[in-house]
Design a protein around this ligand. Sequence first.
Ligand code: 3PG
Length: 279
Amino acid sequence: LDINFELPSAQSESTKNVKIGIYFATWWSLNVVFNIYNKKVLNAFPYPWLTSTLSLAAGSFIMLVSWAARVADPPKTDFEFWKTLLPVAVAHTIGHVAATVSMSKVAVSFTHIIKSGEPAFSVLVSRVLLGESFPLPVYFSLLPIIGGCALSAVTELHFNMIGFMGAMISNLAFVFRNIFSKKGMTGKSVSGMNYYACLSILSLLLLTPLAIIVEDLKWVAAQSIFYHLYNQVSYMSLDQISPLTFSIGNTMKRISVIVSSIIIFHTPVLPVIKDADSP
Ligand code: 3PG
């Protein structure tokens, strides 16, 4: 009887280990690809707040479409869920932006060396704020990590304080995020995948106005909104007129664009017919 009881549990334990092994391998591979493309984007386009926002927007979009298409089951959430998620989203937003700002200033490798100090932050926060205690070997195991990070920081050839501080802030913020995310997920009906999706959506809402302010993206926002608005009204016109009348109206519109852009951008213009008295 004992054997019958032990076998399934031993099996489920090994199945769980295989599953976690697959999760880890996939997580790491995806992260390597993300880091390489993220740095390529930041090299060409040094707006870390905007690129951080776009990352969250992509995740939110993918998950909203997946829920709508029933590729993934949408989570059953209530107001209490979103209220509890808010501080986690604040921590996620800070950690994500800080890491991206760091990577925009220093080599990806340096950011990740500093970010490998995350377990030390986790132990510190759990000990100081949550009163959790750990066995002595845990504290000793942190010493080489802290030593390695310190050594790397003082010997880094292209040290940059914003890059260093960004990685440190990211460590602290992500430790809070992870601890409170785990509390928020444990015993709840929302799966890890859906929990992260909700976190992305809330972080996106928090980060978008901040990115617009910090990176002075108000013209980008205005350009995007006005693009939609003018096309929307043009289609309201097209609904009432023929395509030819539409094209003629569109050509007449260009007179106002040409005149206003010459005035605003001080575009130099010459008269077509020269004055007879001019040299
Ligand atoms: C981010 O932008 O959120 C970070 O690159 C993520 O850092 P991580 O390696 O700790 O996930």
